[in-house]
Design a protein around this ligand. Structure first.
Ligand SMILES: [Zn+2]
Length: 234
């Protein structure tokens, strides 16, 4: 294997590390948002539960208002009864009162149901609050770990870039330039290991002549298919 290829392989490993670190750095806002969005989902559940509770409480208020006006109505009928002169008129009012009383009974039943619904809604709100508090602790912890990692990334990247500069300085410029063009074009690797007569990157079958060439120390052999620099393992 050519010495230059050996050096380039070390450089490539370094470049791949740099690439990984850069991707991780670029991914920070998205991942942070992903962690925090879990909190948003819990907050939404709580807001919904609170809204339901308010609705149920408003329902009780409405029912109480209806009961109150039915009672007032009955009182009016009774007042009218005191002034009424005829027996039929009195009986007609008696009937109205009975109807109003039956309405009140129905409203009171509904009020009982509504009170039960309020209790259930209160329990739901409490559950949501507890779940949110729990998630908040988890998210805070994760964000803390994540931010520490993010801070570390900058230093790690800087160290790798320095390492790369030192490695690149040792490599013959023509080979280095070739490698850099290929790495930029391929995006992941510029050098491929020949395995069982195939290119280790694109997995295409190489010609025997290419395999022989790849063994030579002084020449550069490119894969006919993907264009990567080929080398044979020692
Ligand atoms: Zn290839």
């Amino acid at each position: 294997m050519a010495k230059a290829i050996e050096q380039l392989l070390v450089l490539q490993a370094c470049d791949q590390d740099i690439q990984r670190l850069r991707r991780e750095t670029d991914d920070i806002p998205r991942r942070k948002q992903q962690i925090e969005s879990r909190l948003a989902a819990q907050q939404e559940s709580l807001a919904h539960a609170e809204h339901v509770l308010l609705e149920k409480q408003a329902r009780i208020k409405n029912l109480e208002g209806d009961i109150e006006s039915a009672r007032n109505q009955i009182q009016k009928f009774r007042d009218q009864q005191l002034q009424i002169k005829t027996n039929d008129g009195y009986k007609a009012l008696e009937k109205e009162i009975a109807t109003a009383q039956s309405v009140i009974r129905k409203l009171e039943d509904q009020e009982l149901e509504a009170m039960e619904a309020v209790e259930a809604a209160k329990a739901e709100v409490a559950d949501c609050r507890a779940a949110l508090a729990k998630e908040q602790v988890r998210v805070d912890e994760e964000v803390k770990v994540f931010l520490a990692r993010s801070e570390g990334l900058g230093g790690e990247l800087q160290a790798k870039e320095e390492e790369r500069r030192a490695l690149a300085a040792e490599i013959e410029p023509a080979w280095l330039a070739r490698y850099e063009r290929l790495f930029a074009k391929q995006g992941d690797a510029a050098i491929a290991l020949v395995e069982h007569g195939t290119c280790g990157s694109c997995h295409m079958k190489l010609s025997p002549a290419q395999v022989v060439d790849a063994r030579k120390a002084d020449t550069l052999t490119l894969c006919d298919f993907c264009g990567r620099m080929l080398y044979l393992g020692s």
